[in-house]
Design a protein around this ligand. Sequence first.
Ligand SMILES: [Fe+2]
Length: 171
Amino acid sequence: MITNEFIIELPDLKFDKNALIEYVQTYGNWKNEGYINNYSRPTEYSYHIDEIGLQLFNLGLDSTDIFFAELQPNIFLFPHKDIGRSAAINIPILGNFEKTPIMFFDENKEIIFKYYYRDIACIVNTQYVHGVKNVSQYRCILSISSNIPWDVLQNKNLCGCSPGRGLSLPS
Ligand SMILES: [Fe+2]
């Protein structure tokens, strides 16, 4: 399990990936905000997203915002720091994640760490300069914003976090 200054994996956070994929593909009321990676914020929440939020609450994590971060094929999400949040709890949904790691850069624009999303949630330190180079496949991540500083996140016990209402989620 990876826990470092860039990424904290959350292997215990349960989510129904197929339900999220179906939700993304059938949701008809996106609000696009015009960023290159096409943030699309649902105007209503699905039950599955509620379940994820409840687990985050059980872990003592905040969720100040939630949206789907889409990346169209062959788009380079230029290295940047996120504005308005200190970290992102990210769940990979659709994309070629074996070929599109999130890359972290130092002040000389050299890559210092690459993280390949797996089928688990993770927290990303979005105050490090980071970027993604997409390949020829649509890429979509459910992203939940947190304002908790990284050093506090790293010292939290982030194991456990059972869903609140006994929903049967894949284990
Ligand atoms: Fe970002």
